[in-house]
Every structure is written in C-alpha cells, then in structure tokens.
Design a protein. Sequence first.
Length: 240
Amino acid sequence: MALRFAPRPLWVVLVALGLPLFIALGSWQWQRGQVRKADWAEFASSDAPALEVGADALARQARYTRVRVRGRLDGERQFLLENLSHAGAPGYQVLTVLDLYEGPGLLVNRGWLPFSGYRDQLPDLSLPGEVRGSAISLTGRLAGLPVAGLAAGQSPPASQGPWPRVTSFPTFAQLEAAYGQPLQPVVLLLDADSGPGYLREWRPPGLPPERHIGYAVQWWSFALLLAGLFVGLNLKRHHD
C-alpha cells in the first residue's frame, strides 16, 4: 500500500488564493516592523542636548530633534486632542500655543490627562500664576500631530465658541483656522521636566515594532499550516 497525492479542486483553489495572501501579509507586517524599528531608533537617538533654534528654523529641523524655545504660553486659547488613551484609559492631550515673538506660534503638547467621564465637563487647563503672561523657556522634541488609526474618527475644532476646543486628529490647517493666527507646522512634545504640563511619556506613533514582527510570524504560520493541511488531507492510500 502506497500514498498517493490527489488534491481536491476546492483545496487547490483555497491554497492558490490563501497561500500567496498569507505570505504577502506576513511580508507587509515584517516591512512595517522594520520601519517602526527605524522610527524608534530615531526617537531614542534624539536624547541629545537641546538646540537653541529660532522660529524661522523650527520647521526645517529633523523629526524628533530636541530644541529649546522661548516665548509666552497662551493659556486662553487651548486645544484638547481627544480619542487618545494612556494605559488603556481614555483621555486628552493638551495643545497650547507658545508665542515665539517672531514668526508663527508653536503648538506645545503639554501631555495627557484623563477623561472626566462627562463630555460637557472639560478639564481646567489654567496655567500656573508664575507662568501666565510671562516669558518661559521650554525644551522638547519636534514632531507632528497624532495620526488617526483605522477605528478613530477625525473631527476639526470648532471655529467659534468657548475655549478650550475639543478636536480629534486635526490637521495643522484646521488648528490654524480655529486659532485665527499662523502656526508652525510642527509640534513640541514637551519634556517631562520642562514647563507646566501633564503626563508626558512620549514614544513614536503607532504600534511597537515587536507587534508588527509578531503579526508577520502569525501570517507566515497560517501559510505553513495551510500548506501542511493541503498536503496532509489530500494524501490517499493507494493499493497496488
């Protein structure tokens, strides 16, 4: 008695469609993991002394460059970025404009604070008395705005109404329109020990690289499983 490989047509179709798909998805996740690894390495390498940068040069700096800037924080007109969680808890990130005296204002991300549980009860973002209206020196990393994930909705800030204004994954143009004055096309992620703020545990946006690598291994495992089932379930005993 011998084994004969006699695949059924349905199995041939499943393997012809599924195997390339699983391999391609695994390769895509692997590539994403390599990109994220480079992002995290770039973020870690930015732990350098802060550069003194003028307003006209901020937008030309490399991503995650640590800089020192000086100006006055606008405590009257602030933004709350919603749909941003920390350790699984919902909350906001606080954007406050720093008047740089020359050129457009700089959006300063002062950190994360928890959602109160009521959308009509926004947190008090008042600046400390010693900072309000005074010149202040701040340090942090230059970055972009948070980017919406697949399940996150986008909502620009209201053009009128009281402050602070809640917004979800806005663009710089939308924030600039709501603020009513020009803004730099970068955000300062405020250092944990610099200026008044909230919880500041910054990391590059998106999933950690290990998650993407894990997803790649899962997809490739599915490909191996499918190939194994295809062979194992289509071997027939044949009597000579």
